[in-house]
Ligand binder design. Structure first.
Ligand SMILES: Cc1cc2nc3c(=O)[nH]c(=O)nc-3n(C[C@H](O)[C@H](O)[C@H](O)COP(=O)(O)OP(=O)(O)OC[C@H]3O[C@@H](n4cnc5c(N)ncnc54)[C@H](O)[C@@H]3O)c2cc1C
Ligand code: FES
Length: 281
């Protein structure tokens, strides 16, 4: 039996600054032992514990997609002790990854349905994983229309610029990129907060349309009423929570809301499920 507390050793292959203020970096890892990659079979929406010797472990959403083989990607915001240390590490350094952990977006239930993805700030990481998964030629025809609304504070704070530019050009999805504000005269996309951009551009809800919403609490607070107004039922609004965590496997009781362990029963929940829990999320 595999010890769930034992991290797989991984080597940092590449580190990329994502944002102009250098607060977010994307780390590309390869498994030191190739057989560990087979054991680390994940779905879009899951997370892992990044384990740095002498510093600690932190839960981070998996930004790479299951259809991308040979590496894992995580985009990490510099927040405190472990993330600061991680930002100082270099390609070639070895550390650990424990996982994959938690549940994932309901890919089976969403088959044949339209999908609206709404993301803000650095919570866009597992949404990147999801978009790459949906657009993969092996999966694209399993799903209906895809709309993405993605917002950041400014153009320089948008993640994955090369991919955003590619997705913009595709005719099998609709991208709606927005920034809170910009003085860039060449900016060609929306200016304004995510909720009004959703209101003006997102498809109407109904039994055939799901919304996946992931972002800062204030974005979620103002986006949910817009989705309700557009006709999305609480069963079809999917959210991913980022509660404080420690073990990540339902053992320590650090992350629970009511009887749900966010690390094990989540982090993905429908709004209908969250309505049944104490308002701690
Ligand atoms: C399921 C899940 C997925 C996540 N995905 C990502 C991701 O893709 N990219 C990313 O950058 N971060 C992500 N986070 C948040 C990340 O885990 C925290 O930022 C990280 O644990 C902070 O560790 P630290 O040691 O650097 O900070 P600490 O020294 O522990 O704390 C520094 C600051 O960060 C705050 N903080 C600590 N933990 C959290 C948390 N869970 N949520 C919000 N604030 C926190 C503290 O209150 C403090 O203000 C995710 C969290 C969860 C639970
Ligand atoms: S983090 Fe330990 S139970 Fe969820």
């Amino acid at each position: 039996m595999i010890n769930p507390y034992l991290p797989y050793p991984v080597r940092i292959e590449d580190i990329r600054d994502e944002t102009e203020d250098r607060s977010l970096k994307t780390f590309r890892f390869v498994f030191v032992n190739s057989e560990d990659e087979e054991n680390f079979e994940y779905r879009a929406g899951q997370f892992a514990e990044l384990s740095v010797a002498g510093q600690g472990e932190i839960p981070i959403g998996i930004a790479s997609s299951p259809v991308e083989k040979g590496f894992l990607k995580f985009t990490v915001n510099r927040a405190g002790v472990v993330t600061r240390y991680l930002h100082s590490m270099k390609p070639g350094d070895v550390m650990g990854i424990r996982g994959p952990l938690g549940n994932w977006y309901p890919w089976e239930a969403m088959k044949g349905k339209n999908i609206l993805i709404v993301g803000g700030g650095f919570a866009f990481t597992t949404l990147r994983s999801s978009i790459i998964y949906l657009l993969d030629p092996a999966n694209r025809s399993d799903y209906g229309n895809i709309d993405v609304v993605y917002g950041a504070r400014s153009p320089g704070m948008l993640l994955y610029l090369d991919e955003l530019a590619e997705w913009e050009k595709r005719d099998d999805m609709n991208m709606h990129i927005t920034v809170d504000g910009t003085d860039d005269p060449n900016w060609q996309y929306h200016v304004g907060f995510v909720p009004p951009v959703v209101e003006e551009n997102a498809p109407h809800g109904g039994p055939d349309t799901y919304a996946i919403v992931c972002g800062p609490p204030v974005m979620i607070k103002f986006t949910l009423p817009v989705l309700e107004k557009l006709g999305y039922s609480h069963d079809n609004i999917i959210m991913s929570l980022e509660n404080r965590m420690k073990c990540g496997i339902g053992m320590c009781g650090r992350c629970n809301i009511g009887k749900e362990f966010v690390c094990k029963d989540g982090p993905v929940f429908t709004l209908a499920q969250l309505n049944q829990t104490p308002k701690e999320y």
